[in-house]
Design a protein around this ligand. Structure first.
Ligand code: C2E
Ligand code: CA
Ligand code: CA
Ligand code: CA
Length: 275
C-alpha cells in the first residue's frame, strides 16, 4: 500500500508525540516516586570464597510501585540516568545504605553502586563525606562500585575524586569487569581496591574456553597489581569450586543468597549478621 507523504508525516508526528508523552509521564512518575520514597534497598551477601563467611553485602535498589509491584533496577535506572533523577535517587540510596550499615557488626562492609552520572556531577566526595558524618558509618565500611563508563571522560578529575575517597578510607571496586573495552587499561590508571568479575563469565565458566581465559587473565592481572577479586553470579557448587581453585578471593551469587531487605536478614539464605 502506497500512502501519501503527508499522511506518513502525520502518522510519524502522532507517534513521536506519543513517545514524548510516554517519556514525560514516566519521568513524572519517577520524580514522584523519589519524592514519596517508593524505593527499597535489598542487600546480597558477599562471602569469603574459602570459608563462606560473610564479609559484606551489595546494596541493590528496587522500586516498590504502588500499582505495578516491585520493579527491578534495569527497568528504571536508565531513565533515572537520562533524566538526571539518578542524582537525588543516588543520594537517597547512599544515605539509606550507610544508615542501615551503621547498625550492623563492624566487619560487614556495604557496597553501593554509583552511576556514571553521579560521578560526572563533580560533588560525589562532598556528598559521601556528608553522608558518613550524618550516619556515623566508618568510611572503611563503605565500598563504591563503579563501571568503566564512569571513567570515559575527565579522567584527571575522576582520579582526583577517587584518590580523595580512598584517602578518606573508602574502597573502590571496578564493576562488570571484562565486559567493556578498556577494563585492563583502567586498572593501571586508577587505584582500584577490587574488581568484580561479571556474572556472564561465571555462567560460561565450566563450558567455555573464552570465559576461562578471561577469568584466568583477569586474576593474573589483579594479583600482579595487588587488587582483590570478587566473582559475581555464583549459582552452583561447581562454579564455586572452579573459581576458588582459580584463585578468586570473594564470591557473590544465589548460591549464598539473593538480595533481600533488611527485615529478612537472618532467615535462611539471607545475610547472617552475627558478631
Ligand atoms: P550489578 O551491579 O552488576 O548487580 C548484580 C546483579 O546481579 C543484581 O541484579 C543481582 O541481583 C544479580 N545477581 C546476583 N547474584 C546473581 C546470580 O547468582 N545469578 C544471577 N542471574 N543474577 C545474580 P539487579 O539487582 O537486578 O541489578 C541490576 C543492575 O542494576 C546492577 O547490576 C546495577 O548495575 C544496577 N543497580 C542496582 N542497584 C543500583 C543502585 O543502587 N544504583 C545504581 N546506580 N545502579 C544500581
Ligand atoms: Ca554492582
Ligand atoms: Ca556487576
Ligand atoms: Ca551490571
Amino acid at each position: 500500500v502506497k500512502s501519501s507523504g503527508r499522511n506518513d508525516y502525520c502518522l510519524f508526528r502522532a507517534e513521536m508525540l506519543e513517545i514524548v508523552h510516554t517519556q514525560q509521564s514516566a519521568e513524572r512518575e519517577l520524580r514522584e516516586a523519589i519524592a514519596e520514597r517508593q524505593f527499597e534497598l535489598h542487600y546480597q551477601p558477599v562471602v569469603d570464597i574459602k570459608t563462606r563467611e560473610l564479609t559484606g553485602v551489595e546494596c541493590l535498589v528496587r522500586w516498590r510501585h504502588p500499582t505495578k509491584g516491585m520493579i527491578p533496577p534495569d527497568h528504571f535506572i536508565p531513565l533515572a540516568e537520562s533524566t538526571g533523577l539518578i542524582v537525588p535517587l543516588g543520594e537517597w540510596i547512599l544515605l539509606q545504605a550507610c544508615a542501615d550499615a551503621a547498625n550492623w557488626p563492624e566487619h560487614v562492609k556495604v557496597a553501593v553502586n554509583i552511576s556514571a552520572i553521579q560521578f560526572k556531577k563533580g560533588n560525589l566526595f562532598e556528598i559521601i563525606l556528608a553522608t558518613l558524618v550524618k550516619t556515623g558509618l566508618q568510611p572503611e565500611r563503605l565500598e563504591l562500585e563503579i563501571t568503566e563508563t564512569s571513567l570515559l571522560e575527565n579522567q584527571d578529575a575522576h582520579l582526583t575524586t577517587i584518590r580523595q575517597l580512598k584517602n578518606l578510607g573508602l574502597s573502590i571496586a571496578l564493576d562488570d569487569f571484562g565486559t567493556g573495552f578498556s577494563s585492563i587499561n583502567y586498572l593501571t590508571i586508577f587505584p582500584f581496591d577490587k574488581i568484580k568479575i561479571d556474572k556472564s563469565f561465571t555462567r560460561g565458566i565450566l563450558s567455555r574456553a573464552d570465559c576461562k581465559a578471561v577469568v584466568a587473565s583477569s586474576l593474573a592481572l589483579a594479583k600482579g597489581l595487588g587488587i582483590i577479586t570478587t566473582v559475581e553470579g555464583i549459582e552452583t557448587e561447581d562454579q564455586l569450586d572452579y573459581m576458588r581453585a582459580a584463585g578468586v578471593e570473594l564470591a557473590q551469587g544465589y548460591l549464598f543468597g539473593k538480595p533481600v531487605p533488611v527485615s529478612e536478614f537472618g532467615r535462611a539464605n539471607a545475610p547472617m549478621l552475627t558478631e
